[in-house]
Design a protein around this ligand. Structure first.
Ligand code: NAD
Length: 494
């Protein structure tokens, strides 16, 4: 990643964007559009087509036609695999373009977006390409004279609704396994970050994905998202986003065709530092980035820091120093540690939750100010709060911003109680030099992910998903394929 490479792309004009339906780009039937504003400087980059009911209908029909025609669903697995590999190659060939486009759209610091967006999306397509011809059926151990076959089949039409943080990475986590399993897809990116996914869709066509197998409807959640969620011919709805929208989607499924709904929702993840942690300096550095990277807009962010009282003051001091040293600035500068907050709405929500925490008695140790390193943009200094009580809203509710709530604990039992004391269960971290304690904590914490002596970085080989109100179903790993397959039994009398 070179600054000159990024500078050459940062001012490229971006054309107004259309919808992708059956391999053709076009406007919404209503002709309506939405402006795309860059959080870097508040300027308008282009417009998105605002899909409505009629566009969603056309996209779902196109997906269904392609599925029933078998152009993808019945293509020889070895051939499907080649197409997915070619998509990965094309993402890599357009790495810089995709990374810069995404950052202009949502403000993630380029150092992070470079790896986490095109880098990880290419790896995800390659991973699932390798799976295509390894989805074996089974022969059941039935009595003499009978044969029980268990087929694994693609389900049909998958609707994927994704958020504005890491759109390429999260989009790929859904599109790649759904396609590997032989389904057709209708993708609904977030209205706050659609551009890199629209570009990815064109790269998929260029790589030979047949028309209609991947369709993209941009627009608002209330219109395009809701129409997909309520559609009678969508078989699976796979979603990453907020809890309140997750609830609406379950309701929409119940009130329409009972489509399967997989939810990857938010969290208030505990990051727990014991006094016997092997390297407190390293723990402070990694823990700070575990909450503050991408301005805290990371679903697994370690937003609650639980520190054993014996090292509390020393550790919080170290972490505060790290936070104060992070440079918030232009996300397209390769030396920036933390980029922009993705939208004015999100920035004002962050500020509101911070003010509310202070009103409830939390103490601001550092940060929290709105700054403007680039005129017109949205930026916020990382905030560290202590004197946080477990019943305060800041200890229980997701901010999805650069705000860390610190709480002390005395022993392991109290750490577990605090860790499990919210409605969420997405991620967590444990810092300890004791192998036994690490394993005890892994078992005791109610979360889909427990980091030990690190925070962040699990790769595509392991699942990511929550328990409790962080959702159900997992993205990533071979397990994600199961979401997009149906089991069919053939019971044969011989
Ligand atoms: P959001 O729920 O507001 O929006 C997500 C998507 O849902 C967008 O595409 C939006 O247009 C759409 N949507 C909104 N209203 C809808 C409706 N009524 N019907 C159908 N679709 C609708 O979430 P966001 O603000 O984009 O993302 C932030 C949230 O996502 C946070 O809570 C974060 O924790 C969560 N998240 C979770 C994970 C994970 O893997 N668990 C990963 C990233 C983000």
């Amino acid at each position: 990643m070179k600054q000159e490479q990024i500078d050459a792309l940062r001012h490229q004009p971006i054309p107004n964007q259309g919808l992708l339906i059956e391999g053709q780009w076009g406007p919404a039937v209503s002709g309506q559009t939405l402006p795309v504003l860059s959080p870097i400087d508040g300027r308008q980059l282009c417009t998105l087509a605002a899909a409505g009911q009629a566009d969603v209908e056309a996209a779902v029909q196109a997906a269904r036609r392609s599925f029933d025609a078998g152009v993808w669903s019945r293509m020889a697995p070895a051939e499907r695999k080649k197409v997915l590999y070619r998509i990965a190659d094309r993402i890599e060939a357009h790495h810089a373009e995709l990374a810069v486009l995404g950052v202009r759209d949502n403000g993630t610091e380029i150092a992070m977006a470079w790896k986490a967006e095109p880098g990880s999306a290419a790896g995800t397509f390659r991973y699932y390409a390798e799976c295509v011809d390894k989805i074996n059926g089974e022969i059941a151990p039935t009595p003499e004279g009978t044969l029980g076959l268990i087929h694994k089949e693609p389900v049909g039409v998958v609707a994927a609704i994704v958020p504005w943080n890491f759109p390429l990475m999260i989009g790929a986590w859904k599109i790649a396994p759904a396609l590997a399993a032989g389904n057709s897809v209708v993708l609904k990116p977030s209205e706050d970050a659609s551009l890199s996914l629209l570009r990815l869709a064109q790269l998929c066509l260029d790589a030979g994905l047949p028309p209609g197998v991947l369709n993209v409807v941009t627009g608002t959640g209330a219109e395009a998202g809701e129409a997909l969620a309520r559609h009678m011919d969508v078989d699976i709805l796979t979603f990453t986003g907020s809890g309140p929208v997750g609830r609406l989607l379950l309701k929409a499924s119940a009130e329409s065709n009972l489509k399967r709904v997989y939810l990857e929702l938010g969290g208030k993840s505990p990051n727990i530092v014991f006094g016997d942690a092997p390297d407190l300096a390293q723990a402070a550095k990694v823990s700070a980035m575990g909450i503050f990277r991408n301005s805290g807009q990371v679903c697994v962010a370690g937003s609650r820091l639980l520190v054993q009282r014996t090292v509390h003051d020393e550790f919080v001091e170290r972490l505060q120093k790290v936070a104060d040293g992070l440079r918030v600035g232009d996300p397209l500068d390769v030396t920036t540690d933390i980029g922009a907050v993705s939208s004015a709405r999100q920035l004002s929500r962050n500020q509101g939750m911070l003010a509310h925490a202070l009103a409830q008695g939390a103490r601001l140790r550092t940060g929290g100010q709105v700054i403007e390193p680039v005129p017109g943009g949205q930026y916020m200094q990382p905030a560290v709060l202590d004197a946080v009580q477990p019943d305060m809203d800041i200890a229980r509710q997701e901010v999805f911003g650069p705000v860390l709530a610190v709480m002390p604990f005395d022993d392991e039992a109290q750490a577990v109680r605090l860790a499990n004391g919210t409605e969420y269960g997405l991620a967590s971290g444990v810092w300890t030099g004791s192998l036994s304690r690490a394993h005890r904590m892994v078992r005791a914490i109610k979360a889909g992910l427990v980091h030990v002596n690190t925070y962040g970085g699990p790769d595509i080989t392991v699942p990511l998903g929550g328990v409790r109100q962080s959702g159900n179903g997992h993205d990533k790993s071979m397990h994600a394929l199961d979401k997009y397959l149906d089991l069919k039994t053939a019971w044969i009398q011989l």
